[in-house]
Write a protein that binds this ligand. Sequence first.
Ligand code: 8ID
Ligand code: ZN
Length: 354
Amino acid sequence: QIPKTAPAVVFEKINGPIVYKEDHPVTQPQDLKPGEVLVKIECTGVCHTDLHAWKGDWPMPPKQPLVGGHEGAGHIVAIADGTTTTFKVGDAVGIKWLADSCLNCENCRMGAEMTCSLAQCHGYTVDGSFQRYAVSYARHCTPIPDGLPLEVAAPVLCAGVTVWKAIKEANCKPGDWLVVSGAGGGLGHLAVQYATAIGLRVVGIDTGDDKKKLLDQYGADAFIDFKNFRDEGALIKEVKRVCGGEGPHAAVIASAGGAAYNDALEYIRPHGSLVAVGLPPDTDIKANVFWTVFRNVRIIGSYVGNRQDAIEALDFALRGKVKPQIVTEPLKNLEDVYKRMESGGIPGRIVLKC
Ligand code: 8ID
Ligand code: ZN
């Protein structure tokens, strides 16, 4: 009952046409290699990373042609012969950015699967979730708990996992101030919720009334519209003011634009952490050595999360502590979603029905 073809969105070349196809070939169960599973994707989030991939924004280009997408939620419909797994056909699973890793190297042994030299990434080095049937790897699929709707799980599989891990890296304790920059976006709006869920005091930075309204629901202490603080040093002053004068204990930068990095090193308090998450192209963090040392600040890169981070991130959603803001649309809308994303016009996440 597995069709020979099914819908998918494919691009042949970076910046080339984004093509919705009804008849994309489906890998048949007998063609799966040991370790692989075939997942019938019900829905998929659209992450800004997918847009960076299509635009070729990063130093290593994606595979081409590419089926993007790495927030896929669906059910296992086939498991390759010779695969050792506890998953069964019919299980609800997520396919996240990290599609596979060796699980044997030092990185994997430490739970740092994202830096495994053999890591594969859905929607980048292998095809991802912008299609109805996706090939994934049993050992890295994420079990989706009973009772969690798949369209709610989808944005957690990248946005949620990533910010949950980033907040852990920030190493704050309850009551500490955390700034989330890019707070109205897919990652940011979840970061605000994970942070408030663990008792942090949160300040969101983004722009526009829609994003402010969204964040007002989550118990953030303040929203700062960065467009109102354009003068040199004005945003730094405002962030410090709302965080009681000294600045936040940490900042998670989840913005897709580079400007958000400029002020963060100055507004965090001494011993504070800047957690770099957003991946704008060609952007440097300029840290003055004297002030970095003198103020004891920490600059931390945080790249997705491991299998355990994914399970923890979904558990917050299952318990209703984190509620992704989602609008669902058909898969064929992907190109239009990219246009809206580029203009910063999407509060929360768009989830596509496959
Ligand atoms: O593992 C990782 N580190 C990881 C995982 C997933 C995604 C990194 N990312 C990266 C993406 O590739 C992207 O660069 O995080 C960034 C944000 O992804 P997203 O949340 O999926 O993007 P979005 O929904 O478009 O939200 C971005 C928000 O940033 C705001 C926009 O208004 C939008 O709400 N923003 C921008 I653009 N410039 C800003 C600024 N100067 C800003 N917010 C505050 N200050
Ligand atoms: Zn992502």
